[in-house]
Design a protein around this ligand. Structure first.
Ligand SMILES: [Fe+2]
Length: 231
């Protein structure tokens, strides 16, 4: 991608995370895993992770092929979409892929699944993962390819106070804010980053990065972003 070998940067990120003094319990891949929609791309993603024997939870982004992704990554330790129970927490993995659109949309069945899953897990703190940003990033070109129906999404989320956090990819930059007591976080890309608040497409100087999430039993989220330049 624009002179960056994204497979190399992806592996550098994974190597860094897995060499931490306290390695992760699971990996969440927030979409755009493969740019060229090839089966080989997903097999390469799988090959880079499967030896770690960790759960890898995946959601599709606008550049993915959801069908191919599901074929290659839908048996343990890999999972595409659905819901995961991790201790006191539920992690809901949403599909916002919208064919022919770089923006995203939650379909009526996907919205219904979100509502049903939240209703069935009211006692679990909940993290929702979705590829497209449901709130503006303040970047004109990126906000033109956001989630198209955020009101439908938040109308449901607001009915379930167990939702503690919402996490997305897509925007290639870190952000962290609150909305009605819910933590809203974007995670950086494992390749190049986009320049925040830019009206037009522009790359940021940041090198590859990733986000740590610590889901605490009291419902709080401890999180930090790691840039590989910090190593
Ligand atoms: Fe994307």
């Amino acid at each position: 991608m624009r002179g960056v070998n994204t497979y190399d940067t992806f592996r550098a990120v994974i190597t860094h995370a897995m060499s931490a003094s306290s390695p992760p319990d699971a990996i969440i891949a927030t979409g755009d895993l493969v740019q060229d929609e090839t089966r080989t791309g997903y097999e390469r993603f799988r090959g880079a992770l499967e030896n770690y024997k960790l759960p890898v939870y995946c959601i599709p982004g606008n550049h993915d092929s959801p069908e191919t992704m599901a074929e290659v990554l839908n048996d343990p330790p890999f999972q595409v979409c659905g819901c995961v129970q991790l201790g006191d927490w539920s992690i809901i993995l949403l599909n916002s892929f919208s064919s022919g659109d770089d923006g995203g949309r939650l379909s009526i069945p996907e919205l219904a699944r979100l509502r049903e899953t939240l209703a069935a897990n009211e006692l679990s703190h909940t993290l929702i993962c979705i590829h497209h940003h449901p709130v503006p990033m303040g970047s004109r070109w990126l906000d033109g390819v956001a989630l198209r129906n955020p009101d439908d999404f938040f109308d449901i989320v607001e009915q379930f106070p167990q939702v503690r956090g919402i996490l997305w990819g897509h925007v290639h930059q870190a952000s962290d804010r609150q909305r009605q007591g819910v933590r809203l976080m974007s995670t950086p890309s494992t390749c190049s980053q986009f320049l925040p608040y830019s009206d037009d497409f522009a790359l940021d100087g940041h090198l590859p990065g990733y986000r740590w999430l610590e889901l605490r039993s009291n419902g709080t989220i401890d999180t930090k972003v790691v840039w590989l330049e910090d190593i």
